[in-house]
Each structure stands twice: as structure tokens, then as C-alpha cells.
Design a protein around this ligand. Structure first.
Ligand SMILES: Nc1ncnc2c1ncn2[C@@H]1O[C@H](COP(=O)(O)OP(=O)(O)O)[C@@H](O)[C@H]1O
Ligand SMILES: [Mg+2]
Length: 375
């Protein structure tokens, strides 16, 4: 697929538009092909979803029969919705001539009475159906049996898997674990961004997923490689982005992939402009302007203490000890106990992110810049 703008802000469009991640890709493929499940944990917008699609694309090249399924369960609020999403992604997609698998599919269809409609583009039949809560476990079992029966290697990515910990259904996670154990030809990628929830699920001995999969994380794309990658596209426009200017851009947003892409995308639209720190600043200014209404309304929804604390974190950039007297005095914040409360709710709402080093930052880098300008 050829893109007008080589710096997409959403989605995966093939390796041409995908920078590096060679080692991560290799590592994930190795784990999956050696029979492990993989748990990918990293902050939002760093490139987890992209990596999964990249891995799938690679695997399909080496093994044409590999079956790869991707499901994003972010919108799901219950276990049965999750099952529905997974079933929709998998059922009917394995084209194998086996009779028993056809029977499995037919039974499944008979039980759920899905509505079938042609895909608007390919014309292939697609199913959609509702999974009732009382059938959820049975349905998920059938989905896995369907894959098992096919005898093909199946790779299933469940993205935003931390949603599972919000479901009311008791034991949803142990149930999932119990069925995947018995399906040797299916390997799963669990992926998600809420470190504490996921690490609890996969690293605590109390939890059913303990030791059941290989944990992986990804960091920022290497600045040199990313700079070269970006410059190659600008060269085609007859321009040049020096490594210095790229590094300036990259550091502005802590090398977080989505933000880097967003700025590059914007710069690519003005092919006559020289690529300097000044034009980078302008591009960022335009992006912040476009988001102004959103930022303003997010800000208005905060309590006074939350707004004070968030703005203080934005101005400081990185905060080690938000309840320290020094920090509180400097930004005229309320008492430590109130700061603690406000911090907790800012973290829950994902306005504030705690890094691996334990430091606090504004999660959305552009929102952080916007707040910093607020006086
Ligand atoms: N290796 C990469 N090279 C170029 N763009 C990337 C790369 N990885 C991710 N992106 C882009 O960055 C943005 C965020 O990536 P995404 O995979 O959605 O992050 P996450 O799933 O971690 O939230 C998307 O626009 C995606 O196209
Ligand atoms: Mg994602």
C-alpha cells in the first residue's frame, strides 16, 4: 500500500513505513515459534500494536500457512464482549477442507445464530453475533477447539488485554488460562499498556497467568535509526532533515513514537519548508492548536487540586517526589495528603504516568506542553 504521507499516525501499513524494531521482531517471532505465549507490556503510543502487525507480516512470509488473528479488546467492558470480539476475529477464518472443522463451525453457527453478511470489499461472508453472558465460557472454548481442530499454527494477539482486570466476571483470567493450556497449536500475544495491572497478572505467583508466558517490553526507537528513516522520506521531497534537527524533535517528546510520527507527518505536508528547529516548533504549535479544545475540556474536568498538581508536573517536566515539601512550596500545592489523593486520581485517569524509575510525568506529551504554556 502506497501512502500519501509516509508517517502514519494510526495503523500499520507494511515494513516500508515501519522503522527498525528488528531485535524486538526477532525476539517475539522466536518466542512464538518455540511455543511460548508472549506478554508485551509498554506505555501507550510507543508502538506495541505496530510491532504485533509487523511480527505477523514477517511470520506469514516465512510460513504461508501461519494463521494470525488480531483482536483489540479495548472497547470491551465484560468478559462476554471480549469473547464476542475474539470469536468474530477467528470463527470462519480458517479455510481448511477438514470435515470435522466444518462441523465445529456449523455447530457453532447453529448455537449462536449469527447474522451473516458479505464483507463490503471482498464479498466473503462475515459473521456477527451477540454472546450472552451465560454462553461466554462455552463460546470461548469452541473458538479454541475450532483452532485446535484445524491443526494449523495459529497466533492470536489480544491487544489491550488489561481490560480483563476490569471485568466483573470472577475468574475470567483463570478460565482463559485453563483453555489455552490445552491447545498446543495456538500461541497468544497478550499486549497492554497498564503496567501495574498486567505485571500483576503475569508476574504475581498468586495469579493464574504466572509463568505462563514470556514477558517482553519495548522502548523508544533508536534515535539514529529513526532519524535516518525519517530523512529518507524527506530526501524524496528534495529536502533534508539533519540528525540534529531530528534529535531536537525526538527529545521534545521523549522519543515516544506516536508523538514523533505526528510531528513528522505534519512537517511532511509542507514540502517547500526547510527543516529546522524553528519549523519543528511551528509544527508542534499547529498540533497543539488543533487539540486546544480537547485539552481545555480535559483541564476543565479536573478538580482544583488535580489541575494544580498536573500543571506543576508539566512545568517541572519530571517529578521525583510530588509530596515533598520543596515541590509543594514551589508550586503552592495543598497538603501532602491532598496531593497524594490528586496524584492517584490523575494516574487512574492516565493523565500522569509513573516511569520505570518511579518518576512522575504528564502522560500525554502534547498535553504536557500545552499545560506548560498555561500561565
Ligand atoms: N516502528 C515504527 N515505525 C514507524 N511508526 C511506528 C512504529 N511503531 C509504531 N509506529 C506508529 O506510532 C503510532 C503509535 O504506535 P502503536 O503501535 O499504535 O502504539 P501502541 O500500541 O503502543 O499504543 C502509530 O501511528 C504507528 O503507526
Ligand atoms: Mg496499541
Amino acid at each position: 500500500m502506497k501512502l500519501e504521507n509516509p508517517f502514519p499516525e494510526y495503523g500499520y501499513f507494511g515494513s516500508e513505513y515501519f522503522c527498525d524494531r528488528e531485535q524486538e521482531t526477532q525476539r517475539m517471532i522466536e518466542a512464538l515459534q518455540n511455543g511460548s505465549n508472549v506478554t508485551l507490556i509498554a506505555p501507550r503510543r510507543i508502538g506495541k500494536t505496530g510491532l504485533i502487525h509487523h511480527v505477523f507480516e514477517r511470520m506469514k512470509v516465512t510460513d504461508k500457512r501461519a494463521q494470525c488473528f488480531y483482536v483489540d479488546v479495548f472497547p470491551t467492558k465484560t468478559f462476554s464482549q471480549m469473547v464476542q470480539f475474539v470469536a468474530n476475529a477467528v470463527m470462519g477464518k480458517l479455510d481448511t477442507p477438514s470435515q470435522s472443522i466444518k462441523r465445529k463451525l456449523n455447530n457453532f453457527i447453529a448455537a449462536l445464530r449469527p447474522t451473516m453478511s458479505p464483507d463490503p470489499i471482498t464479498g466473503a461472508p462475515t459473521f456477527s453475533f451477540a454472546v450472552e453472558p451465560e454462553n461466554a465460557r462455552e463460546t470461548l472454548t469452541q473458538v479454541f477447539e475450532y483452532m485446535k481442530e484445524s491443526g494449523q499454527m495459529c497466533y492470536l494477539a489480544i491487544d489491550e488485554f488489561q481490560q480483563v482486570s476490569n471485568y466483573n466476571e470472577i475468574g475470567a483470567d483463570s478460565f482463559i488460562r485453563s483453555i489455552i493450556q490445552f491447545v498446543p497449536n495456538v500461541h497468544i500475544i497478550f499486549s497492554g499498556s497498564q503496567q501495574h495491572l498486567l505485571s500483576d497478572m503475569f508476574m504475581s505467583p498468586k495469579h493464574p497467568f504466572f509463568n505462563s508466558s514470556q514477558i517482553m517490553t519495548i522502548k523508544e526507537i533508536d534515535v539514529e535509526k529513526y532519524g535516518t528513516f525519517a530523512n529518507n522520506f524527506f530526501k524524496k521531497q528534495g529536502r533534508e532533515m539533519s540528525q540534529d534537527v531530528f534529535t531536537y524533535l525526538y527529545n521534545m517528546v521523549d522519543g515516544q513514537t506516536w508523538y514523533v510520527q505526528k510531528i513528522l507527518n505534519r512537517l511532511y505536508r509542507t514540502p517547500k519548508e526547510e527543516l529546522t528547529e524553528k519549523t519543528v516548533n511551528n509544527a508542534v504549535g499547529i498540533i497543539l492548536g488543533e487539540q486546544e479544545i480537547n485539552y481545555q475540556s480535559s483541564y476543565n474536568l479536573l478538580t482544583e487540586n488535580q489541575a494544580l498538581l498536573l500543571t506543576a508536573i508539566a512545568r517541572e517536566g519530571v517529578v521525583n517526589a510530588p509530596t515533598s515539601l520543596d515541590f509543594i512550596m514551589r508550586y503552592r500545592l495543598p497538603a501532602p495528603s491532598s496531593v497524594k489523593l490528586a496524584l492517584k486520581s490523575l494516574q487512574d485517569k492516565e493523565f500522569v504516568f509513573q516511569t520505570e524509575k518511579g518518576e512522575y510525568i504528564v502522560y500525554d506529551r502534547f498535553f504536557g506542553m500545552w499545560l506548560k504554556r498555561l500561565e
